[in-house]
Design a protein around this ligand. Structure first.
Ligand SMILES: [Zn+2]
Length: 304
């Protein structure tokens, strides 16, 4: 399985209209690169914390797209230890072990690290109504998955920003799922607790770190507070397409960065990351407004 759209960067200077679904923000976007993050790539080091701006401290390397989802792009010396800890514990571990654990197990997506994966567990509801957590083999897993579906980021739609999740859910079930459930002697499967804010933070982290890896500080960043959990108003900058799109066969995840303007002649432009996890299964699309462009588009990719 691959991540990404096409191997080469695609660019078009023609305005592209995103019509449909009543999106007020679907005005003018200039298409940018598809990023194929499953091919190994190491960028020049950042030498600063791309989240809090710290310099002269000990840095860790950043995987822009998590390696647990097959990402292979690395931005060296890009995160200070406190930021790295927050992101790892509150965002990446949660998403990999809870939100994506089952999807990763059945699609064979494992981190490149040599550690053996933790056992796969599910919460089952028995006929008696009792809830029990059991260890299952990936082959026997009843395949029911859910991911949050967000409306467009408020920054783009102009809608007021709420504190609570303002969206709905994408549910996926494979044909043998009910049968697998019956074999385990269960009435139903109880989903893990899903915090939409955590996946929003993951989307923000991927988009921000990837843009930084490609272009450095060429934009005024909007996402660090969202990534570090310092704001409840993540829906200002992170959202989705608001509806479910058709699956894209052969591509596990797709990721691209776009340059967007409110109107065609507007001098201000913004970077928007578009990420779709498990696009081959029909997973929802997410958007993150990465920041305001500080120089004319298209940007030059960083060199060492
Ligand atoms: Zn930091």
């Amino acid at each position: 399985m691959l991540i990404g759209g096409v191997a080469s960067a695609r660019r078009s200077n023609s305005s592209r209209c995103w019509s449909g679904s009543g999106q007020a923000w679907g005005r003018v976007a200039i298409m940018s690169s598809f990023v194929v993050v499953s091919e190994r790539k190491i960028y020049p080091p950042a030498n600063e914390c791309i989240y809090c701006g710290a310099r002269g401290v000990k840095f860790t390397d950043e995987h822009t797209f998590p390696d647990g989802l097959l990402g292979q792009h690395i931005l060296p010396k890009a995160s200070c230890e406190p930021c790295q800890k927050i992101i790892n514990e509150q965002v990446e571990q949660y998403c990999m072990r809870t939100l994506f654990a089952h999807l990763r197990a059945v699609t064979g997506m494992r981190s490149a690290k040599k550690r053996p994966p933790p056992p796969l567990t599910v919460k089952l509801e028995r006929q008696s109504g009792e809830i029990e957590r059991v260890v299952v083999d990936p082959a026997d897993l009843p395949q029911f998955f859910s991911l949050p579906v967000f409306p467009g980021p408020c920054f783009l739609t102009g809608e007021p920003v709420g504190e609570t999740f303002d969206g709905w859910w994408w549910h996926h079930e494979t044909p043998g799922a009910s049968e697998a459930l019956r074999k385990l002697g269960a009435q139903s499967m109880v989903s893990e607790t899903v915090f939409p804010s955590r996946i929003a933070r993951l989307v923000a982290k991927i988009a921000h770190s990837q843009a930084w890896a490609l272009w450095g500080p060429a934009f005024e960043p909007f996402l660090p507070d969202v990534i570090l959990g310092k704001t409840k108003y993540f829906q200002e900058y992170v959202g989705g397409w608001g509806k479910i799109l058709n699956p894209v066969p052969d591509f596990a995840h797709t990721f691209k960065v776009m340059n967007w303007r409110k109107t065609k002649g507007d001098k201000d432009s913004y970077l928007i990351g578009e990420i779709r996890f498990f696009s081959d299964l029909g997973g929802p699309v997410y958007y993150a407004v990465i920041g305001k462009a500080l120089k004319p588009w298209p940007f030059q990719e960083r060199t060492a």
